[in-house]
Design a binder for this molecule. Sequence first.
Ligand code: FAD
Length: 474
Amino acid sequence: MNRLMWFRSDLRVRDNPALWHACQQSQPVIGLYFICEQQWQKHGLGPRRINLMKARAQELKKQLAELNIPLIILAADDFTHSTDILKALISDLSIAAVNFNIEYEINERQRDYHVSRWLREQQIEVNKFHDQCLLPPGDVRTKTDQPFRVFSPFKRAWLPKADDAISAPFGTPTALPQSAQALLRLLPADREPYQHTAQSDNLWSVDENNAHDKLERFIDEQIKAYKTLRDLPDTDATSRLSFELALGILSPRQCFYAAMQKNHGLLAGGNQGIDCWISELIWREFYRHLLVAYPELCKHRAFKPETEQLQWRQADEDFAAWCEGRTGYPIVDAAMKQLLEQGWMHNRLRMITAMFLTKHLLIDWRRGEAFFNYWLVDADLASNNGGWQWSASTGADGAPYFRIFNPTSQSEKFDADGRFIARMLPELAALPAPSRHNPDAFSRQQVGYPQPIVDHKAGRERALAAFKNLTPIE
Ligand code: FAD
């Protein structure tokens, strides 16, 4: 009999609990990964991200072959189709046990519930593992046994528990004595492995060793300055590991553990840069815990129900200007150019652009969320939804709705010499640095840069009025 390792958003060989445990038994292991292109598109992922997922699967196949584990990559239309294929494979390949790491989104959980039930009915062992969070969602609760709704108390409760629970990441499993490759001949002809050629991406590597080098370099060279520099988009001061975390090329435990070793513990270890980076990783955990506690977030419902009453503007032209980086606010436009060109945007800029869309333009956060989801290589339901709802004041945030960033002062504060703006918007590079934040009408005309599509003060007041009229919901 054989064991099946079902890969999802955990495309790595190191510190992969489901894979590790599958390899501890003295049975051949077969890997399985579904390319659900139609479904991914339906859920709004863009071509760059989809290509990277395919490329990563190909790379994983090579790594697994060295461990004597064949990876079957199959195309499936959607979850129903993939579970039907899985059921057929179980008997074709004489599978005795299925291992996987848990996904937390509502459709994925429903799929796993049904598949697990079916497998158990067939007397097949099902082994599920948590790998997306250091502490499984549901494990961190208030004194009255409720899920936390605000980050700071969540973090205070999370830290000591995680400090107790964290252990060294698993390494690469030892190669199995014999390959299950021969078994694949048992597959019927219509189960031909998915044929595709993923293109290489000039910015994002799908190599697992490169991901570890990137983490190591960040920890060795940059983490200590993280607190001071992390808000400055022109310095390359953040890890840019969100992509590797989203595809599961790295595990959060590997990140926490590396930071912790540098800081001699997870709890405040004396270095502010490291504490601060750990705190950002806890934001990621927080949003996953929220998604499980409040599954309606997966359906893009507002976390604060009263904000469903907001009268968002349709304003398609304003939305198009925001998407294309033509709002006439240089920091917003430069940020959107970064997203379109790199598939990634700096965190400070994600907050500025999201707040601009939802407050100054009073456009529904769900449209911005979907746009980010399409373009980001690190697109992730929990963090994207969390970040958008935080920025729109519809989400889990202690601060009141009248926190509205002024894009120009944000620009002056975090891109003081206008270098980021000049890099992303070369038409403004010739202007003296202070004018880049908000060029006068004449300079705009001369270089062909648009006039602002909304006045900051007027936009702010319109947003305040819209929020003020909401009827609280108990
Ligand atoms: P670093 O600063 O090096 O932080 C390390 C890691 O911590 C990140 O890789 C990420 O996994 C996590 N992290 C950092 N900040 C946050 C945060 N605020 N919330 C949750 N996790 C965080 N992050 C995504 O991974 N995917 C998304 O789709 C996403 N959408 C966002 C949308 C909006 C509107 C906002 C405001 C934030 C969003 N974020 C998202 C969070 C954050 O902006 C990115 O994780 C971060 O910019 C990634 O860069 P980095 O890897 O250099 O982060």
